[in-house]
Structure formats: structure tokens, C-alpha cells
Design a protein around this ligand. Structure first.
Ligand SMILES: NC(=O)c1ccc[n+]([C@@H]2O[C@H](COP(=O)([O-])OP(=O)(O)OC[C@H]3O[C@@H](n4cnc5c(N)ncnc54)[C@H](OP(=O)(O)O)[C@@H]3O)[C@@H](O)[C@H]2O)c1
Ligand SMILES: *[C@@H]1O[C@H](CO)[C@@H](O)[C@H](O)[C@H]1NC(C)=O
Ligand SMILES: *[C@@H]1O[C@H](CO)[C@@H](O)[C@H](O)[C@H]1NC(C)=O
Length: 327
């Protein structure tokens, strides 16, 4: 309900900043847990660019992995939206840089939440990869996959494992502690669309938007990528809609435009056809081969009374924002 206090993590990223915008638009009061004090001003700057203003409350949590990390941050909070987690970043120690943070930060949040009686609900940004079987076949948010086995051959494999372990740890926490608050996992596929926190084209290409922009900007991705995606606006909408009191119990919401998958290389034709005024800004000589994974997230739309934005809208919106940012 509007006016209630929400604790948000991850606001300095693509998904978290979109959630922050949506929370402000819907008149929630927001407290942000951030790691680095200087990012407070960057968040206010990004809100200015989006023509939004709000009296935000900040808590600096330099290391979110430690036990009790959020004990202060959850004080007086009604809801938590926990978005923060590492993406598939290059590292010579994937366990320490990706897997441990994903699991530890989720658990430190859940344990701090247990100590706060005012808390009703925690929404966690999980992922399609948390429920995606290793062999092809159709699946949905309630599919259970066995824990993955290391060693991890690349950052993406470690990222998949991190989201699977974090989801498993969340389920185990619920079974062990039977919290009085509800836990909602949001499971998006590749999140595509304007990044309100980004200040450069390079920043755009550092996250999930790269897979959509690569064919346009001339990047040839060597690996076959999963052909699934969702609009960042829909991802934010689902996180915030999940806070409503009509959404009860512990449950999961998928966000993905089509069970039939998407083809990233089609982005070139979509821009030529739907946004011809920016087509010249792109070399159009990149390539991302993709395959459909069979994720059925359609149920989210009926459950939350919304309609997902189309693949064309994702591509046009991200390409326009990328061009507009200039350098
Ligand atoms: N993008 C996608 O396609 C996609 C799809 C499904 C699920 N998700 C999930 O959505 C969430 C956000 O993703 P994103 O695309 O917004 O990523 P992003 O733009 O890279 O943002 C990541 C956010 O997480 C924080 N973070 C990263 N590592 C952290 C750590 N070790 N401890 C504490 N905070 C940390 C970052 O904070 P700093 O500014 O302090 O680094 C930043 O706020 C993640 O949980 C991700 O798994 C993303
Ligand atoms: C989840 O983790 C536990 C260990 O904590 C393990 O025993 C269990 O098999 C895992 N669940 C799945 C579905 O892999
Ligand atoms: C990509 O992977 C899919 C599924 O494994 C396969 O059917 C397809 O042939 C692969 N395409 C390329 C170009 O490797």
C-alpha cells in the first residue's frame, strides 16, 4: 500500500533502479541499502534525469554478506525488495565474486527480516535460470532443478549456479524458520530496456542489454545464447505489484515475453521497420545466435492483471535510449 516503507537493495543497477522509479511513482516511501556512500548522489542524479523526486532514506551497508548486515536497515520496514546480486562478471575466483555474494546476501537479508515484526513480505529478484533444467524442455516458475555442480567453466555458468543456490537457500530458510512474512521470487529472463542509472553507452553494454544491442552495434557473440527476454518496465511492475495485499502466500512470478522464444538478430529488422530514424546510428553487423528455452511465464499476466510488453517494444526502447545517451 502507498505510504508504507519499503527497503530496496540493488537500486544502482538496471533492475533495481527501475523498481525504485516504480515505487516512487506509486507513492511508497523508500529506504535504500547501498554499499558505497558516493552512490547516493548518483541515485539522486539519475532520478533528476527521470524527472522524479522523493525523500529517500539511505542506509550504508558496506558488506551485505555479513550476518546481521541489514538489522538496522529493516527497522520499521513493511516490505523488502531485494534485487542486489552480482551478474556474470569476469573473475579469477567465481565462487567468491559471484556465488557466495548471491547466497550470502539473500540469507543475511532473510535473517535480518526475521527480527523485524513489522515486516509483511520480501520480494527477491531470482531469475529464469534458477528454475531452468539443464536439458531442453518446457518449464515454469515452479520447476525444481537439482543443485548444480562445479567447477564453473565461465562467469555465466557461475551466475546460473549462484541464482540456483540462492533460490534453494531461500526455500530452505522458509522450511526451517517458517517466517511470518511471505517470500515472493520474481524470475525474469534477459531484462531489456532503458537503464535509468546508466550514464554511458559502455554502461549499457555491460549488462543484460548487451544481448539485444550486440546485433545492432556490431558485436558478434561467440556463444549460442538463450532466446528469451522481458521488458525492464514489466520486471519493475511485477516487483511492485507483488507487494499488494491481494498477492498472498510464498510464490514465484516469471517475467518473459514468449514461451516460443525470441531471436536477438531480428532486432536489426525491428529497428529498420519500427524506428527507422535511429537505424543509421547502428552498424547492424553484429550477431547473436539464440535458441528458445520453453519458459512459460504467461500466468503472471493473469495473476497480476497486466500484459507484457512485446519483443519489438523492448528492442525499440533500448535502442532509442542507447542512442539518446550519446557517448
Ligand atoms: N539483467 C537481467 O537480465 C536479469 C535477469 C534475471 C534476474 N536478474 C537479477 O536482477 C538483479 C539485478 O540485476 P541487474 O541486471 O540490475 O544488474 P546490475 O545492473 O549489474 O546491478 C547489480 C546491482 O546489485 C548490486 N550488487 C552486485 N554485487 C553485489 C554484492 N556482492 N553485494 C551487494 N550488492 C551487489 C550492485 O550494487 P553496486 O552498485 O554496489 O555494485 C547493483 O545495485 C540480480 O539479482 C540479477 O540476478 C537480472
Ligand atoms: C538444496 O540444498 C540442499 C542442501 O542444503 C540439498 O540437500 C538439496 O538437494 C537441494 N535441493 C535441490 C532441489 O537441489
Ligand atoms: C544453439 O543451440 C540449440 C540448442 O542446443 C541448437 O539447436 C542450435 O543448433 C544451436 N545453434 C548454433 C548456431 O550453435
Amino acid at each position: 500500500m502507498p505510504d508504507e516503507l519499503v527497503l530496496l537493495t540493488g537500486a544502482t543497477g538496471l533492475v533495481g533502479f527501475a523498481v525504485l522509479q516504480k515505487l516512487i511513482e506509486q507513492n511508497y516511501r523508500v529506504r535504500l541499502a547501498i554499499r558505497t556512500p558516493s552512490k547516493k548522489q548518483e541515485i539522486y542524479d539519475a532520478l533528476d534525469r527521470a524527472h522524479l523526486s522523493s525523500n529517500l532514506d539511505f542506509v550504508i551497508v558496506p558488506d551485505m554478506q555479513v550476518t546481521s548486515a541489514f538489522d538496522q536497515a529493516v527497522k520499521g520496514v513493511r516490505y523488502v525488495v531485494h534485487v542486489a546480486s552480482p551478474l556474470a562478471v569476469e573473475s579469477d575466483d567465481l565462487e567468491t565474486s559471484i556465488i557466495r555474494p548471491a547466497v550470502d546476501v539473500t540469507l543475511s537479508m532473510l535473517h535480518s527480516a526475521l527480527k523485524e515484526e513489522t515486516l509483511r513480505k520480501i520480494v527477491i529478484t531470482s531469475s529464469i535460470v534458477a528454475v531452468m533444467p539443464s536439458t531442453p524442455g518446457s518449464f515454469d516458475v515452479d520447476t525444481v532443478v537439482p543443485d548444480p555442480q562445479g567447477p564453473w567453466s565461465n562467469p555465466f555458468a557461475a551466475y546460473i549456479a549462484s541464482k540456483q543456490f540462492a533460490y534453494n537457500a531461500t526455500r530452505k530458510f522458509i522450511a526451517d524458520f517458517k517466517p511470518s512474512f511471505n517470500v515472493i521470487n520474481v524470475m525474469p529472463s534477459f531484462v531489456i530496456g532503458p537503464n535509468g542509472f546508466a550514464t554511458s553507452r559502455k554502461h549499457y553494454l555491460a549488462g543484460s542489454n548487451e544481448v539485444a544491442l550486440a546485433p545492432l552495434v556490431g558485436t558478434v557473440m561467440p556463444n549460442n545464447m538463450t532466446g528469451c527476454g522481458c521488458h525492464v518496465d514489466d520486471v519493475a511492475t511485477v516487483h511492485v505489484a507483488a507487494l499488494e495485499s491481494s498477492v498472498t502466500g510464498n510464490r514465484n512470478f516469471g517475467v518473459d515475453v514468449s514461451v516460443n522464444g525470441v531471436e536477438w538478430n531480428k532486432g536489426k529488422d525491428i529497428i529498420r521497420l519500427k524506428a527507422p530514424e535511429i537505424a543509421n546510428a547502428f552498424s547492424m553487423d553484429g550477431s547473436v545466435t539464440s535458441f528458445s528455452v520453453g519458459f512459460d511465464a504467461s500466468r503472471t499476466q493473469t495473476q497480476l492483471g497486466m500484459k507484457f510488453k512485446s519483443f519489438d517494444e523492448m528492442i525499440v526502447d533500448v535502442a532509442r535510449a542507447y542512442v539518446a545517451i550519446g557517448t
